[in-house]
Design a protein around this ligand. Structure first.
Ligand SMILES: [Zn+2]
Length: 280
């Protein structure tokens, strides 16, 4: 029975856990509204194969939901190494990873095992998985599904290894943890506010007012219902200007362990003394 949360119209529970939203005929958001992190992974189906962006949490097996929709060879890409995005990763066999030095450094004997500082699994008692990287993809390169292309963007700030996927033709950005409605984590190990600001500026320049930004964490909407978290360019601008304000106020932040700063009605940023150290 999965009726303890409300899903928006057209979204159905599957396998008693996953909320599956058909964004269009070939794009699926796979949510976990029963998990307190409320993760959303994304599946893209193309002419020559399918692409899964993030593999869900460690709570359940996501492969059934994916297999029922994917067509052709499936490629899996993790948005970053935090534990709540890497569940199930070892169940997939074509894992493409962004070619970033901190990720290359995690490979030993042919397997990538994220460090605890990159994985943060101790928060919920998860051990870091080890998996073989099928191929490394350079930042700004494109994953081509024949009739659909997804460009890999490096979007650090929340973590050093964060990437987002950009579909120029569809004018959609899949931003993972770079931006999502709610509390953004700028205080976790590996977070960098200078990186966050720099890449918020870049993303703002890259996209336009019509770009749909799908995110990796959500919360209920005004109607109390769950659906794939969706933001726009004005939210990136709010993040950018919020970070700029944090930078100009950095010297006057008190020495509290962390602060939650509201940067717009939809976005807050959690920061810490370490996070603003570079700006003091
Ligand atoms: Zn994260």
């Amino acid at each position: 029975m999965t009726a303890s949360v409300n899903l928006a119209s057209g979204i159905l529970f599957e396998d008693d856990w996953y909320a599956v939203q058909k964004i269009d005929e070939r794009t699926f958001a796979i949510g976990e509204p029963l998990y307190h992190q409320q993760n959303w992974s994304y599946l893209f189906v193309g002419e020559t194969g399918s692409l899964l962006f993030d593999t869900g949490s460690f709570c359940r097996d996501i492969t059934g939901v994916v297999d029922r929709r994917a067509r052709g060879p499936l490629t899996t890409v993790p948005s970053h190494m935090h534990f709540d995005h890497l569940g199930n990763v070892t169940k997939f066999d074509n894992i493409v990873v962004a070619d970033l030095p901190m990720l290359r450094a995690c490979v030993q004997d042919g397997l990538l095992t994220p460090t605890e500082e990159m994985f943060l699994g101790a928060y919920e008692g998860n051990d870091a998985p080890s998996f073989a990287v099928s191929s490394w993809i350079a930042i700004e390169d494109v994953i081509d599904l024949g009739d659909r292309q997804f460009q890999i963007l490096h979007t650090p700030g929340h973590s050093t290894d964060s990437i987002s996927l950009f579909s120029r033709d569809e004018n959609r950005l899949f931003a993972a943890d770079f931006i999502y409605p709610g509390d953004l984590y700028g205080q976790v190990p590996g977070a960098s506010l200078p990186d966050y600001l720099e890449h918020a500026e870049r993303i703002r320049e890259l996209i336009d007012d019509g770009t749909e930004i799908f995110c990796a964490h959500g919360d209920i909407d005004e109607a109390g219902e769950h659906s794939a978290p969706l933001l726009g360019r004005s939210d990136v601008e709010a993040l950018r200007s919020g970070l700029e304000q944090i930078r100009s106020d950095a010297a006057s932040w008190p020495d509290e362990p962390q602060w939650r700063i509201e940067i717009s009605p939809r976005l807050s940023l959690i920061i810490s003394p370490e996070a603003v150290a570079d700006w003091r």
